[in-house]
Write a new protein. Structure first.
Lengths: 425, 425
């Protein structure tokens, strides 16, 4: 990760990253409302954020949550994938529009108003929503906010948009790469509920490089499974996760391989940003499993370790409780009825081997070294820019095959509990 | 649950429950030691607790963790199940004796000393250990503690033993039932790491009723899968979970069915005690799933909801965030590729239907009622006796079959994080 010596320096780097590809404009506005479902003293604030293509484009692709109770924008978005072209995407935060009585109509009403002002039909636009599950959108207030939203559009950069889609995110997340004559720029939001299959994560990939729709869809699926599907903050996948990509086709394309490599690098960086920004994250934990009989097995084990609350709380406390780590490995292997040769398994925390030849490698000096390692890996709140740039490495070699996988996630802190004990206030 | 109006009244009830069946004695002592693996200012304290049969008995049974990295006492205990008889069980807390270089020998050395004083051979006794994973037992100090341990034995009740085996438990857990001419009495410890397959849970069932070994084993397995396997505090199963049963055969037996029913009721109560005593538990959550295509599916869904950190933190905060609840249900069903008819699913929180016919049933009045329900279900620390006696009910009807299952677990609180961020100090 890059580091920056001042907030100004970080901001400048973020703005440079956020420069829009040709053929896009982006903007945001905000509105206030009172939810129907809760009596509140002060009204809530919602951001509306818009990505608009200068010209309708047939080159777009999407991946959505596998949650069995998908949000209305997900249901609508899936249908949009068979439309001949798209004009853009409208995002609101604060309410995720899931399983409400008129959720489809609410979303489409807002898009219809957008189409009146910005051109085309309501179904030329993707809706995306993030926030509280189960509440209805404040449709009236959203309709009124469409004209100022259009007025906010600018062609220079994505920073306002990326800030507008945030919920409990600490900072806007944008990554980009120059490719051939064009660019790939991506923005995401996601803090709680981050798991495989992209839980309450919204991500938008923009490019001006010419690319066919099916190529874009395939590249997005392959890259998504290697990036967004490898992160885990709290093991829940949300009802609203969405990853959309669209091309303005304003620049000459590159080879499919070159495109996919650039897309993969942008998405990998974006995914790290999301984890580093997890609710209450004080340590980023990376689990690498090698020597597994299959990649699925390796990934399953890596995620199981990442999702163990006992491992997560120990790391939070800078407590090198490697017993819990081995317990979590053994728990997952046992539950899978996987017979491992204990004497061959090697487990490391950072550079220190803590388990080999069937036994723990622990003494007072190792314990002190491990505790120091965890402390150095801790987020420093006095230096909140850029993203938290440190990582705790847990490395497991099962010596039972050639497959490997890596997953990243976060520890479990007081702040995680605080943020989630009443997120909705 | 019973409630008591004073600590004295609760203590008296516990003592009555804890009366030993005929043919057993129990006791405990404590020792201090300095671990090899960590430099500490003050020595640690360990309890040694002993259950002794007056006469060796061939009627005993056991179930152990499925963790792939089992503790040395588990490895030894599995072998003990094929021995002709047993004389008792020796339990230590503080260190769980898992994957250490001489873990088997350490445990057997201590049992050999016990046999010298109490009779028989070292392999007439079961060892059981709970506590820090990966550290070695303080064998010298344990050897010296055997004579005072024997001197502490009493034939009246199990309370000292049940207190001695605790780690971070808030209170000793004992349940019993009178059956025919005899009794079944069981004690358990378990606070963190409670999941299916009995994570860091030690439980001991004693009876004076005559019963054949294979009948006891079968009853224990059936009852275990319906009780200990239905609880979930933090979704980790430990390296040391052990459920042992032994009979002194001092009283005439009852029918297998009568025995199993009594055993099931004792174990069900004990399991509730364990959950109510979870580290930092402020709400006990019971998830009931009905209308599932199979019992395994119903149980899997119930546990998935119980293990969702977002559901757990919302309940902790008395925040009726039913969106997260539905999200967790949908997450599990989606991950299982289970196609549910959304319009038929009904979800309740307590008495309130919060989801039916595919949509949330929410308004400001419902929200207030739900928040009040969660508050009433909260543990009152000013009334810590007996166990926390309140429960939050989450009820899911999938309308997709006839199978049902129930699981209980706990919320996720600041105290959970605090207890686990450095449990070892």
């Amino acid at each position: 990760m890059e580091t920056y010596t001042s907030p100004g320096e970080y901001r400048a780097a973020l703005e440079a990253r956020a420069a829009l590809p040709a053929g896009f404009r982006a903007g945001r506005t905000s509105l206030t409302f009172r939810p129907r479902e809760r009596s509140v003293e002060n009204p809530y604030t919602m951001n509306l954020s818009l990505l608009l293509l200068d010209d309708p484009s047939p080159s777009f692709a999407g991946i959505f949550t596998r949650n069995a109770f998908p949000g209305h924008p997900v249901v609508i978005g899936r249908k949009r994938l068979s439309m001949p072209f798209t004009r853009g995407v409208l995002v609101n935060n604060k309410i995720s529009n899931v399983c409400t009585s008129d959720g489809d109509r609410d979303a489409e009403q807002v898009l219809a108003r957008l189409a009146e002002v910005a051109g085309g039909d309501y179904d030329d636009y993707f809706p995306a929503s993030t926030g509280i599950i189960g509440w209805r959108l404040p449709v009236e207030e959203m309709l009124q906010a469409i004209p100022p939203l259009l007025a906010s559009l600018k062609g220079d950069n994505l920073l306002e948009f990326a800030s507008g889609i945030m919920t409990t995110d600490r900072f806007p997340k944008i990554r980009s790469a120059a490719v051939g004559e064009g660019r790939i720029v991506a923005a995401a939001k996601g803090a709680g509920m981050i798991e495989p299959n992209m839980a309450t994560m919204l991500a938008f990939v923009l490019t001006d490089l010419e690319i066919k729709r099916d190529e874009l869809q395939k590249a997005l699926e392959r890259v998504g499974s290697r990036t967004f599907n490898r992160i885990s903050i709290d093991s829940d996948q949300s009802t609203s996760d969405t990853l959309l990509a669209m091309s303005s086709r304003k620049r000459r394309g590159v080879s499919p391989r070159q495109f996919e490599e650039a897309l993969a690098s942008v998405c990998a960086e974006l995914v790290e940003d999301i984890v580093r920004n997890g609710e209450g994250t004080t340590h980023v934990i990376r689990v690498s499993v090698s020597g597994a009989p299959s990649e699925g097995m390796a990934l399953g084990l890596a995620k199981a370790v990442l999702n163990s609350p006992l491992v997560k709380t120990a790391v939070f406390g800078n407590d090198p409780n490697v017993g819990r780590l081995v317990m979590a490995v053994g728990d997952h292997l046992g539950a899978q009825s996987f017979e491992v040769a204990l004497s061959k398994v090697r487990i490391r925390l950072g550079d220190s081997v803590i388990f080999s030849e069937g036994v723990f490698r622990l003494d007072a000096a190792t314990e002190e070294r491990l505790a120091a390692y965890l402390k150095v890996g801790q987020f420093d709140p006095k230096k909140p820019y850029p993203e938290h740039d440190r990582t705790i490495d847990i490395i497991v070699d099962l010596a039972a095959g050639q497959a490997r996988a890596q997953a990243i996630g976060s520890d479990l802190s007081y702040d995680y509990v605080r943020e989630n004990a009443d997120y909705r206030t």
